[in-house]
Design a protein around this ligand. Structure first.
Ligand code: NAP
Length: 522
């Protein structure tokens, strides 16, 4: 970022910093810190941000859907206006290529506009009307109407690997603002510069569309204390988190220990099992090798949908498949991780697993030479050993996958049955072969949020039918999604209004239905 070397926190529309602690971001390609000091928020600044959000919650939540939609659309325009500065900052802080940055920006803008449309449509309010029956016997029935209302101030923690789409103005922030919840973002320290720029775009949009100034705040920190203070703050009513299982679980437990426990919608890691049928290998072995090696390497494996476990029946074809997949990965150039700490975590997790006597490494690259690069790794384990050792299901965040060789279908079925929760589960099969073993789908669909036929798990479409979440540990509440139109439903709760005069009911519940919502009427 040109001409600026100090970056504060955004509270009540102002850039402020009252503390002295600063930190820098890091360029993993140049292997050196990036100039620019980010001021950590102080505990007082946390209180100011949350108080402002709580004070202006009613005003914000009472705005029309149109007004909140204008705000979200203005955020998209302001992010676009950041132009190449945003792309360059993203690339400097992550080492990811400009194409990826632009793609993620496009997705972020699309999400903002999608949630703006949802704010306008107002269907998230789900109005339900039970008309009174005064002459019902033996007791009259009252008029009872129910709708969804926003929860209150939401704290958002973004992930290191998605500086735009799952961070400052990402899906959590956009969906919470769409329903009228003020948002306080705890910026991710690995991409504080990208986050600062996006926050400045949100502030500009907030001013241009005359939103209450407390509806968005942005706080920097590089240790856990600020995030933990936010989760414990009594005026915070929900948490959106994208990150590791360890981080999500820590914040979930903290929220549960509050005097008033609050929901934590944590989207965490996943190993995304892929099951390959022999009939599919026979048809498309080369294609599967190509697709899976691309998917494992995509973004240096730093995707929550990266394929981490690949299951098959141990026959000659399977052996040939895994030799070819190992060799395809060996021939790929190593890639950089987003940050040295992620490289360190990858190497630690990987060596812990690959030292296990039941695991055989299939790749010959053992070490990456360039700074912050890591060696992609494919390992294999027998089905029976996989079943007996839950550690093989731990996410190794990076280009790492384990092939699970099952001696027969019974063992494969048992291995799928003992899977922990995941975001996705893929089945590579022919239609005919899957129809003969459909019990596998029955089993898999209860372990994942998205069942995929003949496609790799990487690539998440933002649409109404997308489910991005799954049984724990993929997420802390498998009933909700972090991606797609239904992401809004995390930030609302149902409230009934009994015996209210029509004129005093919320607009969504009035019988004249000026908002033209689909009301469930009984
Ligand atoms: P992370 O280390 O868990 O960090 C995420 C955020 O949580 C950071 O802001 C971090 O704070 C904060 N945090 C972590 N532990 C905390 C604690 N104990 N107390 C307070 N705050 C805490 O995860 P990451 O490395 O950024 O992201 C990679 C992970 O995200 C991978 O596991 C990946 O699979 C997952 N992911 C999931 C999805 C999904 O949709 N399911 C999408 C993308 C990524 P600091 O910044 O201060 O460290």
């Amino acid at each position: 970022m040109k001409d600026k070397n100090n970056f504060g926190n955004w509270i009540l529309g102002q850039e402020v910093h009252s503390g002295n602690n600063t930190f820098n971001t890091f360029n993993p390609i140049l292997d050196r810190p990036i100039s620019g000091d980010y001021y950590e928020a102080t505990p007082e600044e946390v209180n100011q941000a949350v108080d402002a959000a709580a004070n202006q919650f009613y005003e914000f939540s009472n705005l029309s859907g149109d007004r909140r939609a204008e705000f979200l659309e203005a955020i998209a325009v302001e992010i676009e206006a950041l132009g190449d500065n945003l792309i360059q900052t993203y690339c400097d802080e992550t080492g990811l290529p400009a194409g990826r940055a632009k793609g993620e920006r496009g997705r972020t803008l699309g999400q903002l506009r999608l949630f703006a449309a949802e704010a306008r449509r107002g269907a998230w309010q789900m109005p339900s009307v039970d008309l009174s029956i005064p002459d019902r016997s033996p007791l009259p029935k009252s008029d009872i109407r129910k709708m969804m209302l926003p929860l209150g101030p939401v704290v958002v923690f973004g992930a290191s690997n998605f500086p735009l789409a799952y961070s400052t103005a990402g899906g959590d922030t956009a969906s919470a603002l769409a329903v009228g919840c003020p948002v306080i973002v705890k910026s991710h320290p690995m991409h504080a510069g990208t986050s600062f720029l996006v926050a400045s775009a949100i502030i500009k949009a907030m001013q241009d569309t005359k939103m209450p100034k407390g509806v968005f705040a942005h706080l920097n920190s590089m240790d856990y204390s600020i995030g933990q203070q936010l989760v414990k703050h009594p005026k915070v009513k929900a948490i959106g988190f994208t990150g590791s299982e360890r981080g999500g679980r820590a914040l979930f437990d903290l929220a549960a220990q509050r005097d008033e426990p609050i929901p934590v919608f944590a989207e965490m890691g996943s190993v995304n099992p892929v099951v390959i049928f022999p009939e599919k290998l026979e048809l498309d072995l080369d294609q599967l090798v190509g697709e899976l090696s691309d998917s494992i390497m995509l973004g240096t494996g730093q995707f929550c949908t990266s394929p981490g476990l690949i299951f098959g029946i141990d026959d000659d074809l399977w052996k040939s498949f895994f030799t070819q997949l190992g060799s395809a990965l060996d021939h790929r150039a190593t890639q950089s991780m987003i940050h040295p700490s992620l490289k360190k975590a990858y190497n630690q997790m990987k060596s812990k697993l690959t030292q296990h006597p039941d695991l055989t490494s299939l790749c010959t690259i053992s070490e990456a030479k360039r700074p912050n690069h890591v060696a992609q790794t494919l390992a294999s384990v027998k089905g029976v050993d996989f079943i007996n050792n839950p550690d093989f299901q731990n996410e190794v965040f990076g280009p790492f996958a384990i092939l699970v060789s099952c001696k027969d279908w019974e063992e494969l079925d048992c291995a799928i049955g003992c899977l922990r929760g995941n975001l996705t589960g893929s089945i590579m099969a022919t239609e005919d072969s899957l129809s003969k073993r459909f019990s596998l789908v029955d089993k898999l669909q209860h372990r994942v949020g998205r069942v995929i036929f003949n496609q790799v798990p990487t690539g998440v479409e933002v649409c109404a039918s997308m489910q991005h979440g799954g049984p724990y540990p993929a997420s802390t509440d498998s009933r909700f999604t972090a991606v797609g139109n239904d992401a809004l439903l995390r930030w609302v709760r149902p409230v009934s209004f009994q015996n209210f005069p029509e004129s005093l009911l919320p607009e969504a519940l009035q019988s004249k239905n000026t908002l033209c919502l689909i009301q469930r009427i009984k």
